[in-house]
Design a protein around this ligand. Structure first.
Ligand SMILES: *Cc1c(COP(=O)(O)O)cnc(C)c1O
Length: 411
């Protein structure tokens, strides 16, 4: 039951025609011709836009939506999203350049990330993006580098909140963390700073990622607003902006269901009413995977089919070097299957036999799908992994074993 495809069926947001999966109206065979590549990621701009629309349907319009580029920094995708979101969050100098060159106004670009190095800080100051400082040393360094450059750094403080998130896929706040400055330390620090040395923007309260439970997110938002109000009182200059974090997850695995955004939106509306002091500021939610993961697929060609002691292996030209997270090696504790299908046999009934799809790397970790029910496969079929629009090529060890890098296309 755990690996059975129909459980995934509600996840498939792509069009199908004559049993062919279509991405942006093109079959995988057509995309392969367009790219002249037999293994690729394809992103469907309409699916990404639909997901952004869903966010806006539920979340009050007073809260701005930023895209965290690290989820998928493919420049054509970032470019396409530019008019659909109100800002970009970046985590490296390279991402910063992608964001700037998309035409996003510089005041809507923020640069977070632990252990920032002097060249990155300098790049952020020179460009004018908001630097989310994550330590006291980083603040001092930014002020000093700003002095050298003759430009005041634009600063927000990333806060490591004291509250812990319930049921998060990835906790990124609460307890000892390498991210941000502990809230209790900020309470001491903020009144002592010389605010003439930098341009102060506000706070970034980030508490976690990949959460599918609306009650946990509601709880985190309640805590975030309460903390923000305390922080607001501690600076002699006005706060302009508060980044409320992100955290909205998407279902990857059988048994996971979609996050219900309605209660999250209703609670935010109530918080805006209860906290007029905060509602008057620029409030931001920053999301990566929630916006882009469902809009992308990873397609590889089945090039051989092997039977080993009763187990059928679909041998493909794709693998963990392109898609580490699907292989279960990107932060997961136990490997579970992403939704998969044969992209040229959509809607065909699954055969009785469960099959395993693997890639070309000499390691048993290189598994694309483990004992999954798929239609009868043949050499030449397309194996498709869904929910692949985030943490794909740039989150994978593409040089491991030296096979070719993967192609990408936005349709
Ligand atoms: C990684 C990250 C994100 C994006 O996380 P998703 O789970 O992809 O939404 C957002 N903000 C910060 C600060 C991050 O580090």
């Amino acid at each position: 039951m755990r690996n059975h495809l129909p459980q995934h069926a509600d996840m498939l947001q792509f069009e199908v025609q004559d049993q062919q999966l279509l991405v942006g109206g093109k079959s995988l065979e057509q995309i392969a011709c367009m790219l002249d590549k037999e293994v690729f990621y394809a992103y469907d701009r309409r699916v990404v836009k639909a997901q952004i629309d869903k966010f806006h349907q539920h979340i009050p319009s007073a809260i701005k939506l930023h895209y965290a580029i690290k989820a998928n920094p493919y420049p054509p995708l970032v470019q396409a999203m530019r008019p659909w979101v109100e800002g970009f969050d970046v985590a490296s100098q390279k991402e910063m350049l992608i964001a700037l060159q998309s035409g996003m106004p510089v005041r809507d670009i923020s640069f977070a990330g632990p252990s920032k190095q002097a060249p990155e800080i300098r790049a952020a100051i020179a460009s004018g993006v908001t630097l989310h400082v994550e330590s006291e040393t980083e603040l001092a360094r930014a002020i000093e580098l700003g002095r050298q450059l003759g430009t005041k750094p634009v600063i927000a403080f990333r806060v490591n909140p004291a509250f812990e998130l319930k049921a998060s896929g990835m906790k990124m706040g609460g307890g000892p963390k390498q991210f941000g400055i502990d809230e209790e330390r900020l309470f001491e620090l903020l009144p002592t700073l010389d605010y003439s040395e930098f341009e102060f923007r506000g706070f970034h309260i980030f508490w976690g990622s990949q959460n599918l439970r609306s009650d946990a997110i509601v709880d985190a938002h309640n805590n975030t607003f309460a903390l923000a109000r305390q922080l607001l009182k501690l600076t002699p200059v006005p706060v302009q902006t508060i980044n409320l974090g992100g955290g909205l997850g998407i279902p990857y695995f059988p048994g996971e269901s979609r996050l219900d955004l309605a209660p999250v939106g209703e609670n935010l509306q109530r918080l805006l009413e209860d906290y007029p002091d905060l509602a008057a500021l620029e409030l931001v939610i920053e999301l990566g995977r929630f916006l882009v993961a469902e809009g992308g697929i990873y397609a590889s060609r089945i090039t051989d089919i092997k039977l080993s002691r009763g187990q059928t292996f679909l041998m493909t030209n794709g693998g963990l070097h392109h898609h580490l997270s699907n292989s279960g090696n990107f932060g997961q504790v136990i490997r579970k299957n992403y939704p998969v299908a044969l992209g040229n046999k959509m809607g065909q009934p699954a055969s009785e036999e469960k099959v395993t799809a693997v890639g070309p790397l000499c390691t048993p970790l290189d598994t694309l799908a483990d004992k999954m029910a798929l239609p009868q496969a043949e050499i030449g079929d397309w194996l498709v992994v869904f929910q692949s629009g985030a943490y794909g090529p740039t989150a994978s060890p593409q040089d491991f074993l030296g096979h070719p890098h993967v192609a990408e296309i936005l349709l």
